[in-house]
Write a protein that binds this ligand. Structure first.
Ligand code: PMP
Length: 362
């Protein structure tokens, strides 16, 4: 046991993260498998050069140009009218979410979510000394409204967190539930839309509720649809009052000039990137259909990954796939595995390996 005066809740805790292994087919962290186009690379290189010429100065603390572009993007993507003052950005939606907990959680306060869900949520709560409560999702991974409202009444959360589409299940929640939770609680309701661009037609974004729901916060990321996980850019849309509170807890100059510059360039290429998103949605639906044909259970997915099962020994299947050079994720409820949607070649490699592994283990 270390003699360091670390906080009790951090003692013996391992840092969070999926294994980063060097294998031919990586389908484990819901990345976008398509690298940026050469045109985007060239434009980003020019923007980085310009940014580097000014690196003797601190970056724009308010990231104004980037926030204007993000607002315009959301307006096009979800048909809502927003201005830069209703948008905030940080290093990944991970940082955005931590800032939300710093502002609205804290000692004596509770954050509520619905499990199984994104494994980082309890860590944001722990790191901000916020009490963490996870109510249960249904067997089909949706959220029962009665269960949700009861949990709000019992725990009086200052932050209610709903991933929609949810990780690791891919489940999107109806907006009626978001509305009901907002009405039932005095706290902020955060809808984590990291995977929103992959939602199926007819599934609306919670952004459409912002006008009428003053304590609603919608978070997004450029890590998935924009194929920009390495750039680290997450963002949030909410009322100006909420954004102003997030500006209080942010570190000064938290978003580097280089990050701001490349994110603006990626937003200029949004149309080209959205073409890839459409392709990934089709691949996802085809993969889910194929898995069902093989006799697996498959959770309905509005994201760029699919949760499937059930396996008596999921670890053995995960390891078998890895032995075939395919890395997926052992996460979610016991018996299930999660696979990200890759390129057509990667998906084929996954299918071939899975058929082999299941045969080997019979
Ligand atoms: N929310 C959810 C539901 C996620 O699955 C992830 C990434 N796996 C994130 C947020 C964080 O994304 P990032 O920090 O890359 O924006």
């Amino acid at each position: 046991m270390s003699d360091l005066p670390i906080r009790d809740e951090l003692r013996g805790v391992e840092p969070y993260g999926a294994p980063q292994l060097d294998v031919p087919v990586c389908l484990n962290v819901n990345e976008n498998p398509f690298p940026p186009s050469e045109r985007l690379v060239a434009d980003a290189a020019r923007a980085v050069a310009d940014a580097v010429r000014g690196l003797n100065r601190y970056p724009d603390r308010e990231a104004t140009r980037l926030r204007e572009r993000l607002a315009a993007y959301l307006e096009r993507e979800a048909g809502v009218s927003l201005d830069a003052g209703q948008v905030w950005a940080a290093n990944g939606s991970n940082e955005v979410m931590l800032q939300i907990l710093q502002a609205f959680g804290g000692p004596g306060r509770t954050a509520l979510s619905f499990a199984p869900t994104y494994s980082m949520y309890p860590e944001y709560a722990r790191d901000t000394s916020t009490h963490w409560v996870a109510a249960r999702r249904d067997d089909d991974f949706g959220i029962d409204e009665d269960v949700a409202l009861k949990a709000v009444a019992e725990h009086r959360p200052t932050v209610t967190l709903i991933a929609s589409p949810n990780n690791p299940t891919g489940t999107a929640v109806p907006l009626g539930l978001v509305s009901a939770l907002h009405e039932a609680s005095d706290g902020v309701v955060v809808v984590d839309e990291a995977y929103a661009e992959f939602r199926r037609d007819g599934v609306p974004s919670a952004l459409s509720l912002l006008d009428t729901h003053p304590r609603l916060i919608v978070t997004r990321t450029m890590s998935k649809a924009f194929a920009f996980a390495g750039a680290r850019l997450g963002y949030v849309a909410a009322s100006r009052e909420i954004i102003d509170v997030l500006r209080v807890v942010r570190l000064p100059y938290h978003l580097s000039a280089v990050t701001q510059a490349v994110a603006v360039v990626a937003l200029e290429h949004a149309v080209e990137l959205q073409g890839r998103v459409a392709q990934l949605r089709d691949e996802r639906d085809a993969l889910a259909a194929w898995l069902r044909e093989q006799g697996f259970e498959v959770a309905e997915s509005d994201a760029n990954f699919v949760l499937f099962g059930r396996f008596a020994d999921r670890h053995a299947v995960w390891q078998g796939l890895l032995d075939h050079g395919v890395l997926i994720r052992e996460t979610g409820p016991d018996g299930w595995l999660r696979v990200s949607v890759g390129t057509p070649e990667e998906t084929t490699a996954f299918k071939v390996a899975l058929v082999d592994v299941v045969k080997e283990q019979r």
